[in-house]
Ligand binder design. Structure first.
Ligand code: HEC
Length: 430
């Protein structure tokens, strides 16, 4: 508490001297930062709107905001700014602590702001195309989390279209923890539904983006609509979290098209390693990878990927002048909160920038998320019991005509990673 007060003071922000009360001080914080997930019918276990509901949980609210467990947001403050960051300010955290310590007083009901309204329909208006999974999925009351892939045909599928925005909508928000969306334009037969965890088990034609509770619809950057090939199928990986009673969910995806063919493209500048072999009990296993881009790019987002044992994820860029730009810093990775992160402002990175990643895994018994008890050796693989390491920088070439050069370099990196056990890339020039 004292440390937090100091932290707030050192930021030069004034801490209100009077005792905080729910109606005037706490409700505005909870309405905008917590209620999007904590309202009736949503993923969080209880609503945080009415005073009575909030008062009941006041001690726990103080605890989880102090420890920064809530709102769930994993990137460390002070490294990168992302769009839609779910983070409380130091002043807001202190205000909540003081309010709870004072016995969670209600205050004058006249000061209570209007409760937030959560839109029921499509956020961006009527979609041009809605794809709904044909059969509802059943989620049992209890048991482990479920990771299910669906392959769904898309109607009106004969011409090339360009996607400008996409919205994922579960029919039951209480159980959908996240969704990842792709398309597949191959003619390879796939089952309509199969279990999948780390990967979707097929090579997608397009990665569309991800959804997690409280997120906005996915919008493509200006001029970078996604080309949706004719005959595409929608592939969705859904993470269901049992909530104590048997539930069903029949999700839909709304597509918004544009006539504007893209003039820019978002490229997945991926770093990944399959060299993962973590001894049982090893508490600090480091996996590294790197990639040097031959062309200048604007990094617009970043998608980290690992499974349950991963704890720390760091990514940075070393520019040709030797300076370092952070791309991602996570110190307590949680597979349950894998957001696809978008930078608040694109990061310009010149040609010959070296992207580096370093992930740390804890395969000791002290890691509460360890799927094995006692710990076992864990190697690379797509299953719940395996591990992966991937950091995907979403980048737009500054000069689109240079795209093939980047494509070639990425292909070379993929080949090296596949043959990684036998081939060591030459050391970078110092
Ligand atoms: C993005 C969605 C989301 C947001 C935003 C969010 N929560 Fe939660 N909250 C959850 C979920 C889901 C759980 C259930 C536990 C879990 O899955 O981590 C939870 C659990 C909790 C718990 C119970 C923790 C426990 O140990 O049982 C508290 C208290 C809580 N949230 C408070 C808050 C407060 C206060 C805020 C805002 C400052 C907030 N949450 C914002 C989704 C959210």
């Amino acid at each position: 508490m004292f440390v937090l007060l100091l932290a707030a003071a050192s930021l030069g922000q004034a801490v209100p001297p009077r005792t905080p009360v729910f109606t005037r001080d706490i409700a505005p914080i909870l309405y905008s930062n917590c209620a999007p997930c904590h309202h009736e019918g949503e993923i969080a276990p209880f609503p945080l709107l009415r005073f009575e509901d909030v008062r009941k949980h006041s001690a726990l609210i103080a605890k989880v905001t102090r420890s920064k467990l809530m709102p769930p947001w994993k990137t460390v403050e002070g490294y990168n700014h992302f769009a839609g960051e779910r983070r409380l300010s130091a002043v807001q955290i202190v205000t909540i602590q003081r309010w709870a310590a004072a016995g969670a007083p209600e205050g004058d009901p006249k000061l209570l702001p209007a409760a937030p309204v959560f839109p029921e329909g499509w956020r961006l208006g009527k979609p041009d195309l809605v794809v709904t999974v044909p059969e509802p999925a059943s989620i049992p009351a209890e048991g482990p989390d479920i990771y299910q892939c669906f392959v769904v045909p898309m109607p009106d599928n004969t011409k090339q279209r360009y996607i400008r925005a996409v919205e994922f909508r579960p029919s039951n928000r209480r159980v959908v923890h996240h969704a990842l969306l792709f398309t597949d334009a191959s003619h390879i037969p796939h089952p309509p539904k199969y279990p999948c965890f780390g990967t979707i088990g097929l090579l997608p034609t397009l990665g569309i983006g991800g959804w997690s509770p409280g997120n906005e619809p996915i919008r493509m950057p200006e001029g970078a609509a996604l080309p949706l090939a004719p005959q595409s199928r929608l592939v969705a990986q859904i993470h269901y979290h049992p909530d104590g009673k048997a539930e069903e969910d029949q999700w839909s995806v709304g597509f918004y098209f544009t006539d504007q063919a893209p003039v820019r493209r978002v490229v997945d500048v991926g770093m990944a390693s399959r060299l993962i072999d973590i001894p049982a009990g090893e508490a600090h296993y480091v996996v590294k990878a790197h990639f040097t881009s031959p062309i200048a790019v604007d990094a617009v987002g970043i998608i980290p990927h690992a499974h349950l044992l991963c704890r720390e994820m760091r990514g940075w860029a070393i520019l040709p002048d030797g300076s370092k730009r952070w791309l991602l810093n996570i110190r307590d990775w949680d597979f349950n909160w894998q957001d696809q992160l978008k930078y608040a402002k694109p990061i310009r990175l010149p040609a010959d920038t070296r992207f580096e990643m370093e992930f740390v895994y804890d395969n000791s018994a002290a890691n509460p998320r360890n799927p094995h008890s006692p710990p076992q050796r864990v190697v690379w693989g797509p299953g719940t019991d395996d591990e992966m390491a991937g950091l995907h920088v979403q980048a737009i070439p500054v000069h689109m005509e240079e795209l093939p050069e980047l494509g070639q370099a990425l292909w070379g990196a993929v080949m090296r990673s596949v043959g990684g056990r036998f081939y060591t890339p030459p050391a970078p020039p110092q």
